[in-house]
Design a protein around this ligand. Structure first.
Ligand code: RNT
Ligand code: ZN
Length: 427
C-alpha cells in the first residue's frame, strides 16, 4: 500500500503542493525531478494539418483517401500565413520540445511558381524551413498521396495504370530529397512517413497484384540515394478507409514485412487496427526487432481513426510501454488527428497536452518495483499498486511541469480571446 499520508506531519503546511507530491512519489522510489526533466527534453512531432482540416495549399480538391474531417467550426486557417500564425499560438500553449510535421500538400507557391506533386522541390518549403529554424524545431515530412486528381479509383502507388503509378513514384522520390533538405537545414534528422490510401470498397478479385505493385513502387522510391542517418523513411499501415472497407493494400502484414526486408522504420497509428487490437501491446515486440519505431498518436472512434487525443487508457498505456522499456530515444512520437467541430487550436493543444500528460504519468510509475512484483508472481500486490497509482497526486507534478515550461494550466481563456480577436475576423 502506498501511504499517501506520509507527509502528514507539521512540515506539510510549509511545503508546496509540488514538494508534498514529490515526497509521496519519492517514498515509492520515483524521482519526480528526473521525470520532469526527461519530459522536458522529449520531442513530440506536432502535425500541421489540425490547423486547416488537412486541406493544404496545393490543390482545390476535397480531402480524399478514405479520411474525413467533419465539422464546420469557423476560423480555419486558409493561407500559409494564417496556418503559421495559428501554429505559433497553439505551440505557445503546448509544453515540451516540438518538431514540425508537414505534408507535401503544404508546399508554398509564390508568384505563380506552382509545381505539381511530381515536380515539387526543396525551394517550395523554404518558408517552412525558416519558420522551423527560427523556433529551433526539426521537421518531419509526409508525401501526400491523396486529395489530388492523379489519385485514380482510390489508387496511387498500387495502381495498374502506369501513368498514375509513375506520377506517385516521382512524388515519393521528390519527398525524399525534400526530407534530406529539411535535415540538412535544421540539423535534426527528418522522419519521412509514407502512407497511401489505396484500397477497394468491395471485395477484390486480386489481392496480390496491388500489393506487388506497391512493393515495386516503394523499391523504386527507396532506390534514390539519400543519407540514412538524416532521413528515416517510415511506412504506415492501415486496416480500412472510408469507402475502402473491403481491402487495404498497405495492411499491417504488408508494411511490417516490407519494413523488415528493407531496414526502414515501421509507423503504427493507433487508429489503424481492429477495435480490440491495441498498439500498446505491439510496441515491445516492435522494439525487439527494430532500431527505431514511429507512432501516430490519435484516438479511433468507430469508423474514424483521427479524433483528438485525450488522456484515455490506451494513450496512457502506450506512454507506459515507451517509458518502461527505456525507449524514449527509439520511439518517434507524432500526433495525427483532425477535428473541425471544435476550435481547431483547442483541439491541437488538448491533443498535445494529453500526450505529455500520458508520458508524465508513465515517467512517474514505480516501474522497477512493478516489474519485480510481476517476476516474483506477486500479482495481488501488483494489482493493488497499479490501482493505487491512479490516485497518486499526479496533478501537482503536472502543474510543476507546466510552471517550469512557462505555460499556464488554463488555456481555454487565451484560446477564446484568440477566437474572438483573430479567428472570427476570417470570413
Ligand atoms: C490516415 C493516416 C495518415 C493521415 C495523415 C494526414 O489514416 O493516419 O497518417 O492521417 O497523413
Ligand atoms: Zn496516421
Amino acid at each position: 500500500m502506498i501511504n499517501f499520508a506520509c507527509v502528514k506531519d507539521k512540515r506539510r503546511k510549509k511545503m508546496s503542493r509540488y514538494e508534498s507530491a514529490r515526497e509521496i512519489y519519492g517514498s515509492l522510489g520515483v524521482d519526480t525531478e528526473k521525470a520532469i526533466e526527461t519530459l522536458r527534453s522529449t520531442a513530440v512531432s506536432v502535425h500541421c494539418w489540425q490547423g486547416d482540416d488537412v486541406t493544404g495549399f496545393d490543390s482545390k480538391q476535397a480531402l480524399s483517401g478514405g479520411i474525413q474531417t467533419t465539422g464546420n467550426y469557423p476560423g480555419k486557417a486558409r493561407t500559409p500565413e494564417e496556418l503559421m500564425q495559428d501554429f505559433d499560438f497553439a505551440a505557445s500553449l503546448m509544453p515540451g520540445k516540438k518538431k514540425l510535421n508537414l505534408h507535401a500538400s503544404y508546399a508554398i507557391f509564390e508568384n505563380g511558381d506552382f509545381a505539381d506533386r511530381d515536380k515539387i522541390e526543396p525551394r517550395h518549403f523554404e518558408k517552412w524551413v525558416k519558420f522551423a529554424k527560427e523556433r529551433g524545431m526539426g521537421i518531419d515530412f509526409n508525401p501526400t498521396f491523396f486529395s489530388h486528381p492523379m489519385v485514380k479509383d482510390n489508387l496511387t502507388l498500387s495502381s495498374p495504370d502506369e501513368e498514375v503509378r509513375r506520377f506517385w513514384i516521382e512524388h515519393g522520390k521528390r519527398c525524399i530529397e525534400i526530407s534530406e533538405y529539411f535535415a540538412n537545414e535544421t540539423g535534426v534528422p527528418c522522419l519521412m512517413n509514407i502512407w497511401i490510401p489505396d484500397g477497394y470498397k468491395n471485395i477484390p478479385a486480386d489481392r496480390l497484384g496491388p500489393r506487388k505493385r506497391f512493393k515495386d513502387s516503394l523499391d523504386e522510391i527507396l532506390s534514390v540515394p539519400y543519407d540514412k542517418s538524416k532521413v528515416f523513411v517510415c511506412l504506415e499501415s492501415k486496416v480500412f478507409g472510408i469507402g475502402l472497407e473491403s481491402y487495404t493494400v498497405g495492411s499491417a502484414e504488408f508494411c511490417m514485412n516490407y519494413v523488415a526486408s528493407k531496414g526502414i522504420t515501421p509507423l503504427m497509428d493507433n487508429g489503424h487496427y481492429h477495435p480490440t487490437e491495441v498498439v500498446s501491446d505491439k510496441i515491445s515486440s516492435m522494439l525487439l526487432f527494430n532500431d527505431r519505431i514511429a507512432l501516430h498518436i490519435t484516438r479511433g472512434v468507430r469508423w474514424d481513426s483521427d479524433h483528438v487525443v485525450i488522456l484515455d487508457d490506451e494513450t496512457k498505456e502506450i506512454a507506459k510501454e515507451i517509458v518502461r522499456n527505456d525507449a524514449l530515444d527509439r520511439v518517434f512520437i507524432a500526433t495525427d488527428y483532425f477535428d473541425a467541430s471544435i476550435n481547431r487550436i483547442s483541439a491541437w493543444v488538448t491533443g498535445i497536452r494529453s500526450v505529455h500528460k500520458a508520458l508524465l504519468l508513465a515517467l512517474l510509475e514505480p516501474n522497477k518495483k512493478m516489474k519485480k512484483l510481476q517476476d516474483e508472481s506477486r500479482f495481488t500486490e501488483l494489482m493493488v499498486l497499479q490501482e493505487d497509482m491512479k490516485t497518486a497526486p499526479f496533478g501537482d507534478i503536472w502543474d510543476e511541469y507546466l510552471r517550469r515550461e512557462n505555460i499556464s494550466n488554463d488555456y481555454i481563456s487565451a484560446i477564446l480571446d484568440y477566437e474572438k480577436n483573430t479567428l472570427e475576423a476570417r470570413k
